[in-house]
Design a protein around this ligand. Structure first.
Ligand code: NCD
Length: 304
């Protein structure tokens, strides 16, 4: 594999290397401003995106490189029936690295196996989202100064929410990390996360439907959107979409140094009244996403 498809591909040292590099970029962006001069990033987005696509593009531009690509499948040859493998082979003739988002789980892996250049998974269906997780890890390090010894509460759509699957896979390698998984019965984490990650690694976790009950013990609260586009019927979505709405009263029992995260976009899960709370970190995550993607592009292109 040339690119980054699953966060599990990276060793803990490699993750820490990326975080260190991102912190160095934050401290001295000038040093990196020409590192990717002459290099091109292609963003192939078959699904909607604001942050992920634009942060990849901003990352490459801030490294002195250029960007090309498409932001909807309809404007690409996918609409004529071209396979992901052929599109990836084609784009390999024009660019040096690809960031791909696709509604089908595994599509970026197929692209990586067929392209001559590295492919980064920018979200595949309800499966994984490794660069969001790198963003989240950088945010936790910057806000809490550590990745170990904490209780992480993941709340909302834990079934279809790909960011949570990758976050659990990454955080469960650190000592003293455990999880409270807060969701309605129908949106619990999938079996593969439970057996291949949590149980395989002997991680302590507990499942609950109550955010209020879990709140006092959390160090990180990771809220998620109910993933409407992955539901089989609208009625189920409507019934479940507002199960959790974080409002200031629910934070009364929370720790002073809790951090509130969300990969965004939010719909109703976090009241805008929380935005001014010093514990709210979701817009800091957005900015961190650009820096960690700069670090990742440098690594995958082998730029020192
Ligand atoms: C997330 C995604 O696409 O999985 N968004 C993002 O990349 N920041 C979360 C979501 O869409 O709910």
């Amino acid at each position: 594999m040339n690119g980054l498809i699953d966060i599990q591909q990276l060793t803990t040292d490699e993750i820490e290397g990326l975080i260190k590099k991102a912190l160095d970029i934050i401290a001295d962006p000038e040093k990196y401003a020409q590192k990717c001069r002459g290099k091109k990033l292609a963003t192939l987005f078959y699904e909607p995106s604001t942050r992920t696509r634009l942060s990849f593009e901003a990352a490459m531009l801030e490294l002195g490189g250029s960007v090309l690509g498409f932001s909807e499948a309809q404007s690409s040859s996918a609409s004529k029936g071209e396979s992901v493998a052929d599109t990836a082979r084609t784009v390999g003739c024009f660019a040096d690295i690809i960031a791909m988002r696709h509604p089908k789980e595994g599509a970026p892996l197929v692209a990586d196996m067929n392209a001559s250049i590295p492919v980064i998974n920018a979200g595949d269906g309800g499966h994984n989202h490794p660069t969001q997780t790198l963003t989240d890890l950088l945010t936790i390090v910057r806000e809490k100064g550590r990745l170990s010894n904490m209780r992480v509460g993941c709340c909302g759509d834990l079934k279809f929410g790909r960011t949570v699957h990758s976050l659990i896979a990454a955080m469960s390698r650190y000592d003293g990390v455990d999880f409270v998984l807060i969701s309605p019965e129908e949106l619990r984490v999938p079996e593969h996360v439970r057996t291949d990650v949590l149980e395989a690694r002997g991680i302590t976790y507990r499942e609950t439907e109550s955010l209020v009950e879990a709140m006092p013990e959390l160090d990180v609260l990771y809220m998620t959107r109910v993933q409407r586009e992955r539901f089989f019927n609208e009625a189920d979505y409507i019934r479940l979409k507002d199960t959790y709405i974080l409002t200031p009263d629910k934070l009364e029992s929370a720790k002073e140094d809790l951090i509130i995260m969300h990969p965004l976009p939010r719909v109703n899960e976090i009241s805008t009244a929380i935005d001014s709370d010093p514990r709210a970190c979701y817009f800091k995550q957005v900015l961190n996403g650009k820096y960690i993607r700069m670090a990742l592009i440098l690594k995958l292109l082998g730029v020192e």
